[in-house]
Design a protein. Structure first.
Length: 124
């Protein structure tokens, strides 16, 4: 007579082999977690680049407004470059200086990302 293990199935059938099912679940969850972390890292890089661009634009506009109308854009370009940004556009109207700068964003395979920001400085 053949003995059948009834402790798992309860019907007198041989037990199923579930070994490794947890491993597959853990690997799937780890892959999903890695995908989410890569996405968060990309977003974090973009936010950081935008903050750098805005800081450079603010400082460039303030510097341009502080020197007067003649050399406002030259001073704004110098300050933007000192902050790791490139001056895209500058205009001086009366004592108000408006600037736009760009900074390199995070590196993505096959893509070149540039982040820009605008700022205005002057009285009033």
């Amino acid at each position: 007579m053949r003995a059948v293990d009834t402790s798992r199935s309860g019907r007198g059938q041989p037990p199923r082999d579930d070994d490794g099912a947890g491993t597959v679940l853990v690997i799937a969850m780890a892959g999903l977690l890695m995908f989410v972390l890569v996405g968060l890292a990309a977003v974090s890089g973009l936010v950081t680049a935008q903050r750098r661009a805005q800081a450079a634009a603010d400082l460039a506009a303030l510097a341009g407004a502080s020197v007067g109308t003649g050399a406002g854009c030259a001073e704004a370009a110098r300050i933007a470059e000192a902050n790791g940004a490139a001056l895209i556009q500058c205009s001086v109207i009366s004592r108000e200086v408006r600037v736009e700068v760009k900074v390199p964003g995070p590196r993505w395979p096959g893509r070149r990302v540039q982040v820009s920001a605008e700022a205005r400085a002057g009285p009033g």
